[in-house]
Ligand binder design. Structure first.
Ligand SMILES: NC(=O)c1ccc[n+]([C@@H]2O[C@H](COP(=O)([O-])OP(=O)(O)OC[C@H]3O[C@@H](n4cnc5c(N)ncnc54)[C@H](O)[C@@H]3O)[C@@H](O)[C@H]2O)c1
Length: 370
């Protein structure tokens, strides 16, 4: 099964997101058909040390088969690679290769490669096209679509970046076969988030297919990715540069999720597992603050369980988690803001006072036996 989602932007531009098995071998012909490259186009494929050995040769062969002139850069796998220093190495390599404004960058990898390559493409010669070829579930459902690109600073994640929409997204679901369980569940956390915020249709479909998704059923995987991309495309179309407030919904589960990642140490839990915990906490808050029902809280909890995203066997002092939330760049004026859902598809952003957060964190810790 293969499918296509078109992401339309308010300025009238649009790009295709192709999702399906075996698409990597057709990358070259797809980009020619989409008018993005032609015979002779200079291309730079950026990948990482885990993905390169698995998929770079196939990507290059597919591009070379249509006459593209392909260079490559392999960066170390891992979040540390999303840095100004690595971006600079790539800019300099591009200059040494005499790549001009007519070159096309290909990001072959997970969200780290996607964000880094997207940022390099956004800035090299004031912007060259980037094609996203996501190879993690998280990158397929989230980071490859929407145009956010960034590198990290020692002071925080994603502090330097640009909005730069991809020219094309090619999500070959066969590449997910080599993804380990932790990264799989990471993507499942973001899928659960999308479904909960999107509405009944997605949420109840996913609830019915959660076990199949956890077992990586091929058709269910394609449909889950496509539904997430449609959801994200709609959000992005309404709020391209995150100024209209609509894009805030993508932060569901992330307020506590980011704090957990920071306090536990980045990498201790996958991002998706931390987001899932944040969704459970948001539902607990939503019962008091926006009238969420027990039915909603239980349905969301069941969905996360069925995806293998169980409550974390971890807790930290409430004061430390609150302080971490306040350091988050989405906090405004020292007041922590949560995306809360009163029901499936019914979300709002709520500023929550410290006393309420600490009280709920106390309950959350008690549920962990603290
Ligand atoms: N731009 C956005 O809108 C957006 C949204 C969400 C997350 N992000 C960013 O995405 C990044 C996280 O992305 P991620 O979770 O994909 O992490 P990642 O890119 O680090 O990939 C996770 C690990 O899986 C490996 N890997 C990738 N594909 C593989 C495959 N097919 N088989 C085997 N191993 C593979 C990678 O080498 C890495 O070790 C973060 O930097 C985050 O800030 C960006």
């Amino acid at each position: 099964m293969a499918t296509k989602v078109v992401v339309g932007l308010p300025d009238g531009t649009e790009y295709d997101v192709r999702i399906g098995a075996g698409l990597l071998d057709k990358l070259g012909e797809s980009l020619v058909a989409a008018g993005i490259i032609a015979s002779g186009t200079r291309m730079l494929v950026i990948t990482d040390t885990n993905v390169g050995p698995l998929y770079l040769a196939r990507a290059k062969a597919s591009l070379a088969a249509v006459g593209a002139r392909v260079s490559e850069i392999t960066v170390p796998a891992g979040e540390e690679t999303k840095s100004v220093e690595v971006a600079n190495e790539i800019w300099e390599a591009m200059a040494r290769l005499s790549l001009g404004r007519d070159c096309v960058v290909v990001a072959l990898g997970g969200g780290v490669v996607g964000d880094l390559a997207g940022f390099v493409a956004a800035t090299y010669m004031r912007g060259v096209p980037v094609v996203q070829v996501p190879t993690t579930l998280l990158a397929m459902v989230d980071s490859s679509v929407g145009g956010k690109t960034a590198v990290n600073l020692p002071e925080g994640k994603n502090l330097v970046g640009a909005f730069h929409q991809p020219a094309y997204v090619c999500a070959d679901t066969d590449t997910l076969a080599s993804l380990d369980e932790r990264e799989w569940k990471c993507g499942c956390g973001e899928i659960a988030k999308c479904a909960t915020i999107d509405g009944d249709d997605f949420f109840f479909w996913l609830s019915g297919e959660a076990a199949a998704l956890a077992q990586r059923d091929a058709d269910v995987v394609v449909e889950a990715i496509a539904r997430c991309v449609v959801f994200k495309a709609n959000v992005v179309a309404q709020d391209v540069t995150e100024r209209a407030g609509v894009r805030e919904c993508l932060n569901y589960g992330h307020t506590l999720g980011h704090a957990i990642e920071a306090e536990a140490g980045f990498g201790t839990f996958s991002h998706g597992a931390a987001v899932a915990e944040g969704m459970r906490f948001a539902a607990q808050l939503a019962r008091e603050l926006v009238g969420a029902s027990d039915d909603f809280t239980e349905a969301q909890g069941q969905l996360l369980d069925d995806l293998g995203l169980y409550p974390l066997a971890w807790q930290a002092p409430a004061d430390d988690l609150l302080a971490a939330m306040k350091r988050d760049k989405k906090t405004r004026g020292g007041v922590v803001r949560f995306v809360l859902a009163s029901d499936v598809g019914a979300w709002q952003t709520v500023s929550v006072d410290d006393e309420t957060i600490l009280r709920h964190l106390g309950q959350w810790r008690a549920s962990k036996g603290a």
